[in-house]
Ligand binder design. Sequence first.
Ligand SMILES: [Zn+2]
Length: 479
Amino acid sequence: MHDLLIRNGTAVTEAGVREIDIAIDGEVIAAHYPRGTAGIQAAREVDADGKLVLPGGIDPHVHYGIRGSHNTVVSETADNSIAAAYGGNTSVVDFAFHENEPTVHEAVAQRRDNLDGRMAVDYGLHVILTGSPTFEQIDEIADLVRAGYPTFKTIMTYRWFMDDGHRFGVMSAVAEAGGMSLVHAEDDAIMRWLTAKYDREGKTHGAYVTETRGSLVEEAAVRRALLLAERSGSPLYVLHVAAGAAVDALADARARGFPAYGETLAAYLSFTQDDLWDREPITINGTTYPDRGLLYNNYPVPKAATDQAAIWAAIAANRLQVVSSDHFLAKAVDRYTKQGTTIHSMQSGQAAVELRIPVLYTLGVTTGRITLSRFVDLISTNPAKLMGLYPRKGTLAVGSDADVLIFDQNFRRRVRVEDLHMDTDYSCWAGWDLTGIADTVLLRGRPLIEAQESTGPRGGGRFVEREILPTYLRQPVGL
Ligand SMILES: [Zn+2]
């Protein structure tokens, strides 16, 4: 007698697309049975007829309740993280910034205090080291890796800028500890030169960030980060890749046998730099703002249509391994009035955690650009492997956590801001027709979403200690 049985669905397992029933006992997947096997008893059944049964989505790049680089706007807080489950996710990985705290451990503990008990889905934390960490702080890395924080991000621009010397020190420590280095890759010096040049020429409209922070800015930083990672021996995961040239740099490194990985964002697969030049006004909650195209910005900035074609090809061909959201929800009112509209202070961030999976399904699977199995790799299995959640999560294997997304792949809707569960006043995907929605979401066997509605607890997500298997750290593996 099982606790729960998911019947009649089409499951996407690591063995392929299979017609199986999945049994759950307690918090884990207990068994797979050929569909409709008679005599299997369960206390509860979920009928997934006509739907896809997938491992729960894992979004390895979200930002809840933090101040952005403008330091004036706080993103949507963890209290609204149920929107991640509405988007088909059962786990996310957020970030703990170390800035002025005496120790990195203290920064991590503060972030845990802030998030524990508030997350609707399970979560881990990447550590972000900023500025000029001391030798003692860099020495903390090994202990943090052992404590379940194996991923360390450094940022190559903005107010969290770290120079390459410290970055090399951090990467060396990460390599020794068996962790993974992450980077936000934009070249600060080239960006600043171009910003000054554009300012001198009077080209200060915000959409010019597509030129002051264009492809060269991204590529230069990715190539530099790769060099430092290779020389330090640290595996590298490049966050939010938008430029085709950056994809090429990662592919070059992988071809040399170096474990270099990259993610792109749902936003980059949807929009290009041309969208930033939409000069039409937009009215939101009774206020009219000029230049609605500025709402499409993110950092790194979206690139050209040719870059977008390159990242589509890359996610299909394992030149990029993950699609994440980089969910940083700043409302339109804050974007226009606090973040800014010029190249010197330009709004950014996307409300995307709820839409990442249906956007990728619509643009990717229904068009034949990616297979159903590749879709699951990109949204769940690969982030689990690269971020140290696998095999506990990211798979429907027997013994894994019963984190399950029952995806209604035939459901169609037109996106309306008022229907979204994210605490936002706009969406760049408003008016889009999307195919596929999270019908049912189970977190460790317990329903969070049923019939597209939240029915579970909103603060039941647990912190997950992560450990990356050496397989994914030593050489590039075919993910
Ligand atoms: Zn981010």
